[in-house]
Design a protein around this ligand. Sequence first.
Ligand SMILES: [Zn+2]
Length: 409
Amino acid sequence: METHGTIRYRIHAGTADKYQGMYGLSGACRYAWNHYVGHLREEFQAYGEIKSYRWFTLGKYFTHLRKHNCPWLQTYSSSIVRLSLKPIQTAYAKFYRGDSGLPKFKSKWNSDPSFPVYFGLNAKLNGSWLHIRKIGYLKLIGENPYENAIPKSGAVKEENGKWYAYIAYAIEAIKKPRLAKAAGLDRNDGQVALSDGRIFYAPDIERKERGQKNYQKMMARRHSPNRRQGIKPSNRCQKAKGLKRNFDFKIKHVNDNCNYGVSKTIANDYDVVYIEDLKTKNMTALGKGDAVNPDRNVKSKSGLNRVILNTGWHKLEQMLAYKMTVKKVPPHYTSQTCSCCGCKDRQNRISQSKYKCLKCGHSDNADINAAENILAFENKERLNGRVDSAVKPTVKHKKESNVNNLTVV
Ligand SMILES: [Zn+2]
């Protein structure tokens, strides 16, 4: 079976012209995106339906736009700009299915310059040189573990002043032997515990967070942009933003790296993992209430929000679902129940980390005890003869369509 492996390379373009070309091409992609997203939005608001949002039709419109209205677009590869419009079709298809809202505009201030490439169409890979149409050869820095694999598609992105190429190769999928083993996983503040007694700690990002916060404050003090009033950011504000972004990326990479490692370790030893069905989206939503009548949960929630978003619980779940079968169980009382005798008592949990059963005397790490309780759902499932459907990132709950009268030309 064929699958994809993506490698991230650093780009050294060499000359200022090439860097300028990459920024310009990203700008052209963003311009075309905003042009058509705005156009389709107006059409939808006026008529309640869209004649066609297909990529092919948008491509035809784009050719016209490039030829007659915006000749400056002719400096850049039309193939790449047209390719960058493809997600509009996907976004509208999603919108009509009822899975998401209308596609959004891309702002220069809030989005990273980037453009897609497709090998064989508008890009070539020659050893460690990436050739992009109308820009030229770019030197790639980084190792490729898939030596003889064929590159398929990719994206070129700027991340805080540095350019990177993400290249997806077609590779042969390695078939993992079936282990038929299941584990329970308890996710908590700063750590995850496995039912076999292993605990994985989240990376310490306190210092990085402090840096992020400092520069966030600095940005707020300086002359920040306001699109409605047409105010552009000051140079000092942009500088502070760059410094803040350094920390943003550091935190992201540290968390991602940890999640990759943990999910790989678990997937190597087990086939199925049971996790609590935490609605991270609901949990991170702000508690109701205002300044006069504050909700009891607002303060506690704001602390929990930070933890949930930073520890990347959801990301770990996604990574696990990609590698193995993930089954969700109801999260109630998993941290209060004794995994030995089933005694359910709040006082059993002595502290955040310690668990001691008042009935049978069983003592353990509180998170490992919870993980064992989560794994116990496997036996319950077997007894009931009922197996819940596995969670896969691609399978989505289908809601009612937003619009009934949809016409596709
Ligand atoms: Zn007990």
